[in-house]
Design a protein around this ligand. Structure first.
Ligand SMILES: Nc1ncnc2c1ncn2[C@@H]1O[C@H](COP(=O)(O)OP(=O)(O)OP(=O)(O)O)[C@@H](O)[C@H]1O
Ligand SMILES: [Mg+2]
Length: 399
C-alpha cells in the first residue's frame, strides 16, 4: 500500500528555486546592485579618507522609499571595511535602524554592542540596565580599544526621538571622547524636511555631504528583477512577467522594494493556484498586495496626527469620488473632526500643512497649486495617490 503522505505533500517547491533572493532583508551581492553606480561612487568618495586613517565625511542620504539608500549605504560601508583591512587599517561599521531603536539609549546600546568584541575588550554591553552616559563611556572605550575608524549608519534617522545622539557622535572626536578612533556618520532619511528640524549645530557637522537618490525607471527596475530571476526555477517565469511588473512599478513610484515584492507575490499566487508558471496576469493581483504592504510600511511609526491627516484625505476621497483634490482648509476641517473623535487636541494649520508636505514627498499624496483669481488668491489642493480604500483599511487596522 502506498504511503498516504506521498500524495499529501509536495516535496519540492515547484515555483521557487531560491526564494531568499526575493526576501525583504536579502542583501544582494556584487553585480546585483543595478543602476546606482554614481550614488555608490559618491558615497565611496565621501568615506574614502577612512582608508588612510583620516576622518570620513559625515553624509546624509535622502530619497524616496525603495530607491536603494539602505542597500548602498551598507554595501559601501562593507567595501570600505574590506579595503581598509587590506591597507592595515582597522575599520568597522555599525548599522542602526532608528525606527527600532528610537531612543538615544537604545541606539548607543546597539552601536556599542555591534562593534564590541568582549573577548578582546573585556567590556560588557548589556541589553539594558545602564544609564545612557555609561553606554556612551563604554562605546568610546570600545572604539579606542579596537578600531582606527568606524562608520555608523543611522537608518531612518528621522525616527529618532531627539538629536542628542547625533550631537554626541558628530562631536566625539573634538570633544576628546575618543582619541585613537575616527567616526563617520551616514544618516538616511526618506523625509526631505528632516534637515529643517535638525539642531543647527548638528546640521553643520552631520551634513557635510548630502546625496539624493532618485526613483528607478522601468529599465532599471527590470534589470533589478532580472538580476534576481534565478529565485525561480528554470522556465517557470513567463517572459512577460518581469517587464510587466517593472512597467507597473515604475509608473507608480520607481520603488525597487515594491517591484521585488510584486515578483515574490506573483510567485506565491502561482503556488497557491497550483499553476506551473508565473503568468503576466498574476502581476495585477500581486501589485494590489504589494501596494497594501508598501503603504503599511510607509506609515509605520508615523505619529497619530500624521495618520489623521491621511485619514481625512481618504474620507474626503471616498465620499467625493469624482473630485480631484481638496483644499487645505477642507482637509483641515475633516482632520479636526477626527481629532475630536479621538479625544485629541488638533495641531495648528501650519503643522498640518507640514504633515501634508511630508506625505507629498513620499508620494502618498500629490499637491497642486491653483490660482483662484484676484478675489481668492492662490491655494493648494491635495490628492491621495494611494488607493483610498487601502489607506482607510491600513489606517484602521492597528488601532
Ligand atoms: N539598485 C538596486 N539593485 C538591486 N536591488 C536593489 C537596488 N535598489 C534597491 N534594491 C532592493 O530593493 C529593496 C529596497 O531597497 P532599500 O531598502 O535600499 O531602499 P531604501 O531606499 O532604503 O528604502 P526606504 O526609504 O523605504 O528604507 C531592497 O530589497 C534592495 O535589496
Ligand atoms: Mg531603507
Amino acid at each position: 500500500m502506498p504511503n498516504a503522505s506521498d500524495d499529501l505533500f509536495t516535496r519540492e517547491d515547484p515555483i521557487f528555486a531560491n526564494k531568499e533572493l526575493l526576501e525583504i532583508n536579502h542583501l544582494p551581492g556584487e553585480g546585483r546592485i543595478v543602476g546606482r553606480d554614481d550614488e555608490i561612487s559618491n558615497l565611496a568618495t565621501a568615506v574614502n579618507p577612512a582608508i588612510f586613517g583620516q576622518s570620513p565625511s559625515n553624509v546624509l542620504i535622502y530619497g524616496k522609499t525603495g530607491t536603494g539608500k539602505s542597500l548602498c549605504a551598507k554595501y559601501v560601508s562593507q567595501r570600505l571595511v574590506d579595503t581598509a583591512e587590506e591597507e592595515g587599517v582597522k575599520a568597522m561599521f555599525a548599522y542602526v535602524d532608528c525606527a527600532q531603536d528610537t531612543t538615544e539609549t537604545q541606539a548607543v546600546q546597539t552601536i556599542a554592542d555591534s562593534v564590541n568584541d568582549p573577548a578582546v575588550t573585556g567590556i560588557k554591553v548589556p541589553d539594558k540596565g545602564l544609564s545612557t552616559s555609561t553606554y556612551y563611556k563604554r562605546l568610546w572605550r570600545i572604539l579606542d580599544a579596537l578600531y582606527d575608524v568606524v562608520l555608523i549608519i543611522l537608518d531612518e534617522i528621522d525616527k529618532l526621538s531627539d538629536d542628542d545622539i547625533l550631537m554626541q557622535l558628530s562631536r566625539a572626536g573634538e570633544a576628546g571622547k575618543i582619541s585613537g578612533c575616527k567616526l563617520g556618520v551616514i544618516g538616511i532619511s526618506n523625509k526631505i524636511q528632516y534637515k529643517d528640524r535638525m539642531d543647527e549645530r548638528v546640521k553643520s557637522s552631520l551634513c557635510e555631504r548630502e546625496f539624493v537618490f532618485p526613483p528607478y525607471d522601468a529599465n532599471q527596475l527590470r534589470d533589478i528583477m532580472d538580476a534576481r530571476s534565478d529565485a525561480f526555477r528554470d522556465g517557470v517565469l513567463d517572459p512577460s512577467t518581469i517587464p510587466r511588473a517593472a512597467a507597473l512599478a515604475a509608473r507608480e513610484h520607481g520603488d525597487a522594494r515594491k517591484a521585488i515584492d510584486i515578483l515574490r507575490y506573483a510567485g506565491e499566487i502561482a503556488q497557491s493556484m497550483g499553476a506551473s508558471t508565473v503568468k503576466e496576469n498574476f502581476v495585477t493581483q500581486a501589485r494590489q498586495r504589494a501596494e497594501t504592504d508598501r503603504f503599511r510600511e510607509l506609515i509605520r511609526g508615523s505619529t497619530p496626527h500624521s495618520r489623521y491627516v491621511l485619514q481625512a484625505l481618504a474620507i474626503l476621497s471616498l465620499s467625493n469620488q469624482q473630485q480631484d483634490g481638496f483644499r487645505t482648509s477642507r482637509v483641515y476641517e475633516v482632520y479636526e473632526n477626527i481629532c475630536r473623535q479621538q479625544g485629541s487636541d488638533s495641531l495648528s494649520l501650519r503643522r498640518v500643512r507640514d504633515l501634508l508636505k511630508e506625505h507629498a514627498f513620499l508620494d502618498i499624496i500629490e499637491q497642486s497649486k491653483h490660482s483662484g483669481g484676484s478675489a481668492e488668491g492662490s491655494y493648494t489642493k491635495h490628492q491621495l495617490l494611494e488607493d483610498p480604500d487601502v489607506v482607510k483599511d491600513v489606517l484602521t487596522e492597528d488601532v
